[in-house]
Design a protein around this ligand. Structure first.
Ligand code: HEM
Length: 199
């Protein structure tokens, strides 16, 4: 409920979600400080941030089915937390690419978006996440009313675009992106409105 005080269980769930969201970043920081990011630290940064962006996006989409099918309504407020972590990791992912691969050249990024299909798909996913993050506040939920729900269906589109990005960039073993694509496909089908039985 908007503005309601959180129960002890709610606080624990929130703390777990935040700790889980911060952990990959902390691990990256520690590995960076210890110099154990591997032979190509930039590649490691790009891969880890990209994977976690997708993982949090998929996890955020799992919240509604978990509430509907398992009755886990206590998870509902964390949809926003997970979505914001997805956006945060996506920002870090793109910033890594922009700073280390492209030397902060926005024109090179624009060229890549226009000429490399997997970057086009990644950029599409990112653009779809922006309005979701921008309207994630309680004030926006109130202001937009039922339109907020409609707008936030964009999360599915973002997840599909992110899977396309992953599938297209992988050159050899396509198993991992295929698994993500299958999970997102399943979540999408599960959200389709059910046909009402004829009376
Ligand atoms: C402008 C937007 C984006 C750019 C320029 C971009 C760029 C990249 C690059 C350069 C790679 C590594 C490619 C390689 O290994 O050859 C990559 C991998 C990846 N990206 Fe993105 N990306 C973008 C948006 C996104 C978004 C929004 C997501 C998820 C929500 C995402 C998820 C991933 C994943 C899952 C990988 C694969 C990581 C792995 O290899 O394990 N990307 N991206």
């Amino acid at each position: 409920m908007v503005g309601a005080r959180r129960s002890p269980r709610g606080r624990l769930v929130r703390a777990t979600a935040v700790a889980g969201g911060v952990a990959p970043l902390a691990s990256l920081g520690v590995r960076g400080a210890l110099g154990t990011l591997g032979a190509n630290p930039v590649e490691a940064l790009t891969h880890v941030t990209g994977e976690w962006a997708l993982r949090f996006l998929v996890l955020s989409l799992c919240v509604t089915p978990a509430r509907r099918w398992l009755g886990w309504s206590w998870l509902a407020p964390e949809r926003r937390t997970l979505g914001l972590f997805a956006f945060g990791y996506a920002c870090l992912h793109i910033a890594t690419y922009l700073v280390f691969d492209l030397g902060l050249s926005l024109s090179s990024l624009a060229e890549d978006v226009l000429e490399r299909p997997y970057i086009t798909a990644g950029f599409t996913a990112f653009l779809s996440l922006v309005p979701l993050a921008a309207t994630s506040t309680r004030a926006s939920i109130k202001r937009l009313g039922p339109r907020w729900r409609q707008l936030h269906r964009l999360a599915y589109f973002a997840a599909v675009a992110a899977c396309v990005h992953f599938v297209w960039l992988v050159k050899a073993d396509g198993l991992e992106p295929t698994i993500y694509a299958a999970v997102v496909g399943f979540l999408l089908i599960a959200r389709l409105p059910r046909r009402q039985p004829a009376v």
